[in-house]
Design a protein around this ligand. Structure first.
Ligand code: NAP
Length: 291
């Protein structure tokens, strides 16, 4: 079994992005700039945004963090996005989800200028992805593709089972894994909560991508010997041995699945770090396009 080491791969990716950022700055004076919007104080969202802002600093990007109370109205938030759209300094805009219930995710995402949609969630970005045109890929699927590329894992002809069909992970993953590209050309089965006989399907998978949001849901009996396992899940479970009283686990029962796998991503230290890498790569690309 080989660990797909998100820390090592993202460190290499970040050093490449940092180098290109320095070159861009020296040649054109342009500094990539990411604006992050955080509404409310959900602890997980706070942590994700903080780590994105920290990574911007590490790479030599500019960053702007706009924080709002949950009392902000939908219209006020849309106006804030308009301001960022109009600001030439800003190359990328990310809105940390989830938003409070009174604000429509769709309306907010649709408001982002597609040339600044570095999270790749805008319908134009997703439509271009579907058609195989150059665009900003959603950060998590992009990070997974970069990980497969890094380890030279050829998934051509493999049976890839994707569990989860969210717009941000599962659905784009099915498009990317099945497209005629490298990595790609897999035969994809998409599963979700209404799928019957999930275990029988996963047992035939050469590669499983789990994006469910249920701790340790994929167990060893669901996995074929030698399968590649990509665990997208981030779940917090109680753990009395930890100072915080909890720890993060993925959607895969890592301890028991790892011995059967050919490759596997750990949680933490796997896909999550690659997601930030994908986001930063998109932001650098946006900056280049804005010159
Ligand atoms: P989501 O929007 O809640 O989607 C979860 C998907 O899993 C849904 O399609 C759901 O099916 C399916 N599902 C739920 N229970 C199932 C079951 N028992 N059997 C089969 N499918 C089932 O979640 P998401 O945003 O895609 O995120 C998934 C996980 O990845 C979460 O733990 C999230 O925190 C994590 N995540 C991590 C990163 C990262 O950077 N590592 C990025 C994004 C998300 P239905 O559609 O039928 O409801």
């Amino acid at each position: 079994m080989q660990l797909l080491d998100g820390a090592a791969v993202s460190a290499q990716l970040k050093s490449q992005i940092k180098k290109e950022t320095e070159e861009l700055k020296a040649k054109t004076g342009k500094v990539p700039h990411l604006a992050a919007i955080l509404v409310g104080n959900n602890p997980a969202s706070e942590a994700y945004v903080a780590s994105k802002v920290r990574t911007c600093e590490e790479l030599g990007f500019g960053s702007t963090l706009l924080r709002f109370d949950t009392s902000i109205t939908e219209q006020q938030l849309l106006d804030e996005i308009d301001n960022l759209n109009a600001d030439d300094k800003i190359d990328g805009i990310l809105v940390q989800l989830p938003l409070p219930e009174h604000i429509s995710d769709d309306k907010v995402i649709n408001k982002i200028d597609p040339t600044k949609d570095v999270d790749g969630f805008h319908p134009i970005s997703l439509g271009k992805m579907l058609l195989g045109h150059k665009t900003f890929l959603p950060a998590t699927p992009y990070g997974i593709m970069l990980m497969l590329e890094h380890y030279n894992i050829d998934v051509t002809g493999m049976h890839c089972v994707i569990i989860g069909r969210s717009n941000i992970v599962g659905t784009p993953m099915t498009i990317l894994m099945s497209r005629n590209a490298k990595p790609g050309n897999a035969t994809v089965t998409m599963c979700h909560s209404k799928t019957k006989n999930l275990k029988e399907i996963t047992q035939t998978a050469d590669i499983i991508i789990a994006a469910i949001g249920r701790p340790k849901y994929v167990t060893a009996d669901m996995v074929k010997e030698g399968a590649i396992i990509i665990d997208v899940g981030i779940n917090r479970i109680p753990d009395a041995t930890k100072k915080s009283g909890s720890r993060l686990v993925g959607d895969v029962d890592f301890e028991n699945v790892a011995p059967k796998a050919s490759y596997i991503t750990p949680v933490p230290g796997g896909v999550g770090l690659m997601t930030i890498g994908g986001l930063m790569k998109n932001t650098l690309e946006a900056a280049k396009q804005h010159i």
